[in-house]
Design a protein around this ligand. Structure first.
Ligand SMILES: *Cc1c(COP(=O)(O)O)cnc(C)c1O
Length: 494
């Protein structure tokens, strides 16, 4: 048969290589390069601007004919691998990201090689997916009976929790009748420091941005509990239905942690759902020195956490936990009960797509599983403590440097400060923005900036297992050098 097809010029094609030995040799080179890449990350700039010829690669049209895989790899190596975002570098402290790890990278590779779809079914990857969710429950002190799911990241994990909250508190069958049928408009509450993903969630849930009531914060940027209580009473009196309070365990601006115990108690008294955005801080629960800071998180009805932050999993992986597993499934399940499982075979496993919005799901669990097995959860806890101690160390350096000003003592691993040689008005913002940009362009360090208490600050978020104290010493030296240099270049402005 094959011979007949071949003589007719109709051989069937495949994406598999023609020469497996060739691919094996190339793969060894890719792995060797990858290991070198990680080993030497400290010697490279954190970030650098792409030259025009590199940018041009990404406007090339659709390739219609083949290229040898070795040539494809060489192009990726010259372009993508040479111009990274930089978040695996020891001096990357922008926004809030993890710094990845090698076992996790191998996990992503092997997950892709096996190619399993984690929509569900009876296979080993499905069991591992559930196991990693169970490990997340254990890390946070959540009951084993809770529900949960791995998702793309913290934003999706928050949407999962808030969707269950909406459906449970709506008083009607929202899945069937939609939000328009809800009798009294629902109100959700979070602090004025709440992450922007919650606004998107409120919009996507059909409740609208205004349904998220922003509660003022105290001097430490934690939600003001008395103000929350008053807002709930006012909303009730005005005919709204208070439905959910969102506590933040680690705000993105300054790392402030809301009083989770007080919020849990208040939510219980007021019959509200208690959701915790723990994308930054939930995992502090495994850090021996600092776990006390997130006490009360185990009382939440739902929590969003982010293994691609403080567990350093390669992007993407987030996790939503929901105390009431039945309510969780009822919010998303579309598998009729009679199809739930066959007694044997591939379809006898659980349908994991019944716990979220995706149908097909990637094998995110493997990268988390392999890194936790290799290092043990205790080490991840110590690394969290280490980052928090480093933030404290940096704050000390800033306080000892007269040209620098600290916004406030850090709560956890986020430090806000500025170069401030006695300037007023808008000058500090312009000068500090220029310092931030030059630190990036010179490849020294990546910081970001923010506004705290109405003022502009540089912001250092140390979620990085490669950072050493010497990197923070260098940061302080370089910021003061650049501050003086820029001020000297523009004597009239500064
Ligand atoms: C990072 C973050 C998010 C969003 O998580 P992603 O993983 O980026 O989607 C939400 N809330 C807080 C507090 C965060 O720090």
């Amino acid at each position: 048969m094959d011979m007949v097809l071949e003589t007719l010029g109709m051989t069937e094609e495949t994406l598999d290589p023609q020469d497996w030995a060739d691919v094996q040799a190339l793969s060894h080179r890719v792995i060797d390069d990858a290991v070198d890449y990680l080993r030497d990350v400290r010697d490279r700039p954190v970030w650098r601007e792409m030259p025009a010829d590199v940018r041009d690669v990404f406007t090339a049209p659709l390739p219609r004919s083949p290229s040898p895989l070795a040539a494809v790899y060489d192009e990726v190596s010259r372009t993508v691998m040479s111009y990274p975002m930089g978040n695996i570098h020891p001096r990357f402290w922008s926004w809030y990201m993890g710094s990845s790890n090698f076992a996790g990278a191998l996990g992503d590779f092997l997950a892709a090689i096996q190619g399993s779809n984690l929509g569900g079914g009876n296979h080993a990857a499905g069991l591992m997916d559930s196991q990693v969710v169970n490990w997340c429950k254990q890390m946070l002190g959540f009951p084993a009976s809770a529900g949960g799911t791995l998702v793309s990241g913290g934003s999706m994990a928050n949407i999962i929790g808030l969707t269950v909250a909406r459906n449970v508190k709506a008083g009607i069958d929202v899945r069937e009748h939609g939000v328009a049928a809800i009798e009294k408009p629902l109100r959700f509450y979070g602090s004025d420091q709440i992450h922007s993903c919650h606004r998107k969630a409120m919009e996507a849930l059909g409740l609208g941005n205004r349904a998220l009531h922003r509660i003022p914060t105290d001097a430490g940027l934690r939600m003001d509990i008395a103000a929350l209580r008053a807002a709930i009473a006012e909303d009730r009196a005005a005919g709204f239905k208070p439905a959910c309070v969102i506590g933040t365990a680690g705000t993105v601006n300054t790392g402030a942690i809301d009083d989770l115990r007080a919020l849990a108690k208040l939510a219980h008294e007021e019959d509200l759902w208690f959701h915790v955005d723990g994308c930054i801080g939930a995992l502090i629960a495994i850090a021996p020195e600092n776990a006390h800071r997130v006490a009360g998180i185990e009382w939440a009805d739902s929590v969003a956490l982010d293994p691609h932050k403080w567990l350093h999993a390669p992007f993407e992986v987030g996790c939503a936990l929901v105390r009431d597993a039945v309510a969780h499934r009822k919010t998303f399940a579309v598998t009729p009960e009679y199809l739930e499982s066959t007694p044997r075979g591939l379809a006898s496993g659980e349908w994991l797509h019944d716990y979220g919005l995706q149908t097909s799901r990637g094998f995110r669990a493997l990268k988390v599983w392999m890194a936790l097995k290799e290092h043990g959860a205790d080490k991840f806890g110590r690394l969290i403590d280490q980052n928090i101690a480093q933030a404290d160390y940096l704050a000390g350096l800033i306080e000892a440097e007269p040209e620098l000003e600290l916004a406030a003592l850090p709560t956890i691993n986020i430090v806000c400060f500025r170069y401030q040689p006695g300037l007023a008005g808008e000058a500090p913002k312009a000068l500090n923005t220029e310092i931030m940009l030059r630190l990036q362009e010179e490849g020294i360090a990546a910081l970001s900036d923010t506004t705290v208490h109405g003022q502009h600050w540089l912001r250092v978020a140390i979620t990085n297992h490669r950072t050493r104290r010497e990197d923070l010493d260098l940061l302080v030296r370089q910021v003061t050098r650049l501050g003086r240099q820029i001020a000297a270049e523009h004597p009239a402005s500064f």
